[in-house]
Design a protein around this ligand. Structure first.
Ligand code: PLP
Length: 453
């Protein structure tokens, strides 16, 4: 066979260490009312072993044998060459994608879910709480908790809870307990419901609820798990890019020109791109592109500030691009991309000019998703279509320039649980929505006196 469509590593070839970008790109500390937040302050929220990772400055961190064993249930993930998409675009570019849709939950999220569940179990924790937007993270954590033997409670953003009943059923099948947020179970939820009884919910609200539910457990055996944004989550996801590097080498590629991923909290994008950011810091010429929806333009329109990670201001201040912790995004179908903030590491890399963020409208993304499904065969998650649309733009640019560029993107998940969004697109019910600058300015009012990173 002359055409290698998939590059598949053996389990023995799996990376044995994660890459920690914080070693090469120092970030501003988390801030509390009394200055920088020390690691111990997080103890009610996360187990100490994960807090150590959150603060680590080590470049390489060993993946424990127990975590590797969990990851090998579906990893290594194949790297595909998108020959059919290339042909449809008549581009000289070579398009590769890392297929993270093959995990049991259907996305990259189990990469960190199994690691977090394992570390919590090691630390003696019995129960995890979390929030979920589109339901991907809630199902990934429910899956992971069932593997290691932890209870799991998921606060699901109400709009998705109503729109995506199948994700809830996946969580229940894996033994997770999923409820709509805002809920009446927490003070944070009750306060929001009193003010806005008809709110569609937001990730910020659900995070407040999940943290409250964890820290108020009188037995002290509950902790909280976050599916994106934090440093240790980015760390766990770097297995994606580290595998991809090995696979590109096998494919005979000496150099990558463009690396692309969709960015909600930043984790799948970071997972693929950080090992390449390392190369870029060390002189490589790579265009690294996080892609977000125009309706939630965190990296392209929001300022780099200190802000809370959640609506009820339970988290410390995080140095990041933020649309303001009160921001409630339009109910677009790419639910995983509707977060007001962004990973501090991704934010810092953008701030330092190591990345070139792009915002896209949903109609262009769905169109790209359909082309991908018809050519490569896999139906992408609405989030993933953002990476595909950006890849198509780059492939067209390569055609105009007559360059045989190597483009790598992250296929973060499949869309088989998101067909309602496709239904809306196919029946012409979706429109583009650009977040007006006035709305952004208004949301940022409340944080204008916060310290600056
Ligand atoms: C959750 C999710 C995203 C967005 O989250 P990140 O942390 O930015 O990766 C993207 N794609 C899929 C399929 C998801 O489930």
């Amino acid at each position: 066979m002359s055409k290698l469509r998939k590059i598949v590593l053996s389990e023995d070839d799996m990376p044995r260490q994660w890459y920690n970008l914080a070693a090469d790109l120092p970030i501003s500390p988390y801030m509390g009312p009394n200055g920088p937040v020390p690691p111990e302050a997080w103890a009610p929220v996360f187990p100490m072993n994960l807090i150590e990772q959150e603060y680590s400055q080590e470049r390489w961190i060993d993946i424990p044998e127990g975590v590797l064993e969990l990851l090998t249930r579906w990893r290594p993930a194949p790297l595909h060459r998108a020959y059919n998409l290339e042909a449809a675009l008549k581009t000289p570019a070579k398009i590769y994608y890392k297929n993270e849709s093959l995990s049991p939950a259907g996305s990259h999220k189990p990469n960190t879910a199994v690691a977090q569940a394992w570390y919590n179990k090691e630390f003696g924790i019995k129960r995890l709480t979390t929030e979920t937007g589109a339901g991907q993270w809630g199902s990934a954590l429910s899956f992971a908790c069932s593997l290691v033997g932890l209870e799991c409670k998921v606060f699901m953003v109400k709009i998705s809870f109503d729109q995506k009943p199948f994700r809830k059923l996946m969580m229940q099948t894996w033994g997770g307990n999923c409820i709509a947020s805002p809920s009446t179970e927490t003070k944070a939820g009750r306060d929001i419901l009193k003010k806005y009884p008809d709110t569609p919910g937001s990730l910020g609200i659900a995070i407040s609820e999940a943290i409250e539910a964890a820290v108020t457990d009188p037995t002290g055996q509950t902790r909280y798990a976050l599916g994106s944004v934090l440093n240790h989550v980015m760390l766990h996801q770097t297995i994606i890019g580290l595998e991809a590097k090995k696979q590109l080498k096998i494919a005979g590629e000496k150099k990558v020109d463009v690396v692309i991923g969709c960015a909600g909290g930043g984790s799948n994008f970071a997972g693929l791109s950080f090992p390449f950011v390392y190369d870029k810091i060390n002189g490589a010429d790579i265009d690294i592109i996080p892609v977000e929806p125009s309706s939630c333009p965190t990296l392209t329109k929001a300022p780099y500030v200190y802000d809370h990670g959640d609506t009820a201001k339970m988290t410390p201040l995080v140095a990041m691009f933020s649309l303001g912790h009160n921001f409630v995004p339009a109910p677009i179908h790419a639910g995983g991309l509707r977060y007001h903030g962004m990973s501090p590491l991704v934010s810092k890399a953008v701030k330092e000019g190591l990345m070139n963020p792009l915002a896209l409208h949903q109609l262009e993304c769905y169109e790209a998703g359909l082309l991908f499904a018809k050519t490569e065969g896999i139906i992408p998650a609405p989030e993933t279509t953002h990476a595909i649309a950006a890849t198509i733009r780059e492939a067209k640019k390569a055609k105009e320039e007559g360059k045989e560029k190597v483009i790598l993107f992250n296929f973060s998940g499949h869309g088989l649980m998101d067909l309602v969004g496709y239904d809306k697109y196919l029946s012409g019910q979706l429109t583009d929505y650009e977040l007006p600058d006035e709305v952004i300015q208004k949301n940022l009012e409340e944080i204008k006196d916060y310290p600056k990173p």
